[in-house]
Design a protein around this ligand. Structure first.
Ligand code: PRP
Length: 170
């Protein structure tokens, strides 16, 4: 066990409060990154008081294994135009930062009014590229984590907590 359900829910509420405060009077578009961010997105959006829109993108890194290569392709794009909108990327975890760096530059090129990033888990010591994070839930150690949207081989996303996968299970 790394983060209990209670710790996560408290943190999500705090992040929602910060977003409510910063975006008062505006209607941001939350852009979730499939698949891992779905659970975080669903909890975050329900704790927000301000009106928001919800979109999802699906991206895939080229290459096999658990390591990002930084070469990303879009599997599913946004459903609507975001020019002039306030965008908040919602991610479950930032590891190397390569996926997020790609998404940020892609969305910035669409001329949004603003672009910020909200990430639940920041595996900071793994960073390979400088990437701006505006809302961070937890900075976590370099371990293989599962639960609360994070998977191993497609499994464990449904766990309400974040755990470290026993290396013997890998
Ligand atoms: C995870 C996570 C990020 C990315 C972070 O997604 O949701 O999108 O990896 O890694 P990086 O910082 O090294 O680029 P993953 O590719 O595992 O897909 P999933 O959300 O479908 O599980």
């Amino acid at each position: 066990m790394l983060l209990t359900e209670e710790m996560i829910q408290e943190k999500v509420a705090a992040l929602a409060q910060a977003i409510d405060r910063d975006y008062s009077g505006r209607v941001p578009v939350l852009v979730g990154v499939l698949t891992g961010a779905t659970i975080f997105m669903a909890d975050l959006i329900r704790k927000l008081q301000i009106p928001v829109e919800m979109e999802f993108m699906a991206v895939s890194s080229y290459g096999a294994g658990t390591e990002s290569t930084g070469v990303v392709r879009i599997l599913k794009d946004l459903n609507s135009e975001v020019t002039g909108r306030d965008l908040i990327i919602v991610e479950d975890i930032v590891d190397s930062g390569l996926t997020l760096a790609y998404l940020q530059s892609l969305l910035r090129a669409r001329d949004p009014a603003s672009l910020r990033t909200c990430v639940l888990l920041d595996k900071a010591e793994r960073r390979e590229t400088d990437v701006a994070l505006d809302y961070i839930g937890f900075t976590i150690p370099n371990a293989f984590v599962i639960g609360y949207g994070l998977d191993y081989g497609g499994l464990y996303r449904q766990l309400p907590f974040v755990g470290i996968l026993d290396p013997s299970a890998i």
